[in-house]
Ligand binder design. Structure first.
Ligand SMILES: [Zn+2]
Length: 132
């Protein structure tokens, strides 16, 4: 008798099935996986414009301040890309472009809200959603 949690495992990394495929083909592949592995139908989905508030937590252990703000206005609340409490830098690695990713995130939310060609939807698998 199989223990609970034993599921049919793929014989190779799943990521290989998406290399070089179009988004539509990837979507079809995901549907195929859902049938093959009987993935949970319970998922939590929300649209980008449904996300109103973001919570930032400073990773400086001596600080740990938690700040909530509108997702569209992160760059108005976080000045100079640093913690407003302890002044620890929130900048990311420079090799990925501008290191102020919070500013970029804020601009992305504002820009995508004005973009008609695409709707961005975030999906949490049921297992993750139930852990919240
Ligand atoms: Zn801090």
């Amino acid at each position: 008798m199989a223990a609970e949690g034993d599921k049919k495992k793929p014989e190779r990394p799943i990521e290989q099935d998406f290399v070089g495929k179009t988004a539509l083909d990837c979507a079809r592949t995901i549907l195929e996986y859902e049938r093959m592995f009987k993935m949970s139908e319970t998922i939590l989905k929300f649209l980008l414009d449904e996300m109103k508030i973001v919570r930032l937590k400073c990773r400086n252990n001596k600080c740990g301040v938690v700040i909530e703000m509108p997702v569209n206005d992160i760059d108005k609340f976080i000045i100079d890309c640093q913690c407003p409490s302890c002044r620890q830098s929130f900048r990311g690695p420079k090799d990925l472009g501008s290191p102020d990713f919070l500013e970029q995130l804020s601009k992305a939310f504002r820009g995508l809200a004005l973009t008609n060609g695409v709707a961005v939807e975030f999906v949490l698998p049921g297992q993750l959603a139930s852990q919240k």
